[in-house]
Design a protein around this ligand. Structure first.
Ligand SMILES: Cc1cc2nc3c(=O)[nH]c(=O)nc-3n(C[C@H](O)[C@H](O)[C@H](O)COP(=O)(O)OP(=O)(O)OC[C@H]3O[C@@H](n4cnc5c(N)ncnc54)[C@H](O)[C@@H]3O)c2cc1C
Length: 436
């Protein structure tokens, strides 16, 4: 394989290039806090923000450097996440009414998210440009058309079928026979959002300790004792916001949670800066893109319109920047042969958390509050569910979501490491190859 790496190739996220993390709390760990939050991603930070506004004292711990969880590394693609399991898939598990309500909640989440960003005046390059999903043949288009027709019962759902002759108006690629566009989707810069939330928390007196792993939580009669290598703290309430990193940093005390989510590596690359004219040809409407592969592929122009950002499954459980880059570049070249000669400047990966029933979960278990399991679509849903979780903690009404009542299930012999995934990934990869 030719050298795909630019001279200045980095194994850190493209998003971290142009955003500076503000100085975080550097005082000793306080002895006591009303609330302790474990995990400083979107879930933890947004929950903190609402609790601080309600007058609570909040201390947040993260095992990694701020921005090194999924929230600072993702594709920044937002939408109501309707096409994961679809109406039929959800109906087969939950029945028609619940399936409908779950999907409607996805649309509510995106509406909530847009209003939140506007109200908080967060500058994160949010652009609701829509999403294009390509298909390989007429039969796939007919199936997709049927699915969209069914989804039309959802209030606010917007889609548009793109016939073969119109594909080039959506994407400068001959890879797809036809497709559909979704009107409620868009993109943003996730690290800018993360830093904006961080700054608001610090301004409100919230304390954020990064590179500080929580190593134990002990339940006491009236509170919890949280242990870190830098000291312990007593908190009235604890929020578990550890998502795909629950086992990596929470063994064994977060077993209840990591036995219910499957951490999966999602990897991304950024190309070198490309001519504006080329980006405009490849992405005429600056939309977000995701094909119809079983092994998810997602891609988009960077918010400044200079690069292509491309994501897919990592090659295995580990953060293998070089191997991932080679794999992702091959997939990217297939969609855009014009990019074959372009070099990769960044390759990075992070952990998403899948659940066994394909939907996120939140609530309270054994005195601990939690929200997690966004199944790879967590940008909007984490902010929305964090708001609901904070309402529950504050004893407010209307905190219930369609997800609260669902059983957060595990499976026999599952211990937080999805040993079976390599087999499934191989099988799905094979199915993808023969259907292209
Ligand atoms: C490469 C990639 C691309 C993605 N693309 C998209 C996308 O385009 N659109 C979308 O909607 N979603 C996307 N996602 C998913 C999305 O990023 C996540 O669903 C979302 O960020 C989850 O936020 P979170 O706060 O729950 O978890 P995270 O942001 O992962 O934060 C959890 C934090 O908990 C910390 N932690 C865990 N255990 C401990 C402990 N014991 N002590 C202290 N800290 C601990 C971890 O260090 C971590 O920082 C993507 C994810 C990845 C990795």
């Amino acid at each position: 394989m030719p050298n795909i790496f630019a001279n200045n190739f980095k194994t850190t996220p493209f998003w971290h290039e142009h955003v500076t993390v503000p100085p975080l709390t550097n005082t000793p760990i306080p002895k006591q806090s009303d609330i302790c939050i474990i995990g400083a991603g979107f879930t933890g930070l947004t929950t903190a923000l609402h609790l601080l506004r309600a007058g609570k004292s909040v201390t947040i711990f993260d095992a990694q450097k701020l921005g090194d969880g999924a929230s600072g590394k993702n594709g920044g693609m937002i939408g109501p996440s309707l096409h994961k399991l679809g109406l039929d898939g959800l109906t087969s598990i939950y029945g028609a009414n619940k399936a409908h309500a779950i999907l409607q909640e996805g649309i509510n989440a995106i509406e909530y998210f847009k209003n939140f960003i506007a109200k908080e005046n967060i500058q994160c390059d949010l652009a609701m440009t829509g999403r294009f999903r390509g298909v390989n043949n007429q039969q796939e288009l007919d199936n997709l058309a049927r699915d969209c027709e069914k989804l039309s019962i959802l209030k606010g759902f917007q889609y548009n079928l793109i016939q073969h002759q119109d594909v080039q108006s959506e994407i400068g690629s001959t890879n797809y026979h036809a497709g559909v566009t979704y009107g409620l989707d868009g993109g943003l810069d996730p690290q800018k959002l993360l830093i904006a939330l961080t700054q608001k928390i610090l301004n409100l007196g919230g304390q954020i300790f990064d590179q500080t792993q929580v190593t134990d939580i002990q339940k006491q009669p009236n509170n919890h004792r949280i242990t870190t290598p830098k000291g312990s703290l007593t908190a009235g309430q604890v929020v578990i916001a550890t998502n795909g990193y629950s086992k990596k940093f929470g063994k064994p005390f977060l077993a209840h949670f990591y036995n219910r989510v499957m951490p999966i590596t999602s990897a991304m690359i950024a190309t070198q800066e490309l001519p504006t004219e080329l980006i405009t040809r490849l992405f005429p409407k600056a939309r977000m893109h995701g094909g119809n592969h079983r092994l998810v592929q997602y891609y988009r122009p960077s918010p400044d319109g200079k690069r292509v950002l491309f994501g897919a499954r990592g090659v295995d459980f580990h953060d293998r920047a070089n191997k991932n880059a080679q794999n992702l570049k091959t997939l990217l070249n297939k969609i855009f042969p014009e990019l074959t000669q372009s070099k990769i400047t960044h390759s990075w990966s992070g952990k998403v958390a899948y659940t066994f029933d394909h939907v996120p979960h939140l609530g309270q278990h054994d005195g601990l509050y939690y929200a997690m399991g966004y199944c790879g679509s967590g940008v909007t849903r984490s902010l929305y569910l964090a708001k609901k979780l904070s309402m529950q903690i504050l004893g407010e009404e209307n905190f219930q979501t369609e997800f609260n009542s669902l059983n957060f299930q595990t499976k026999p012999f599952y211990n937080g490491t999805p040993w079976f995934l390599p087999f499934i990934i191989k099988w799905h990869g094979f199915l993808d190859r023969i259907s292209q």
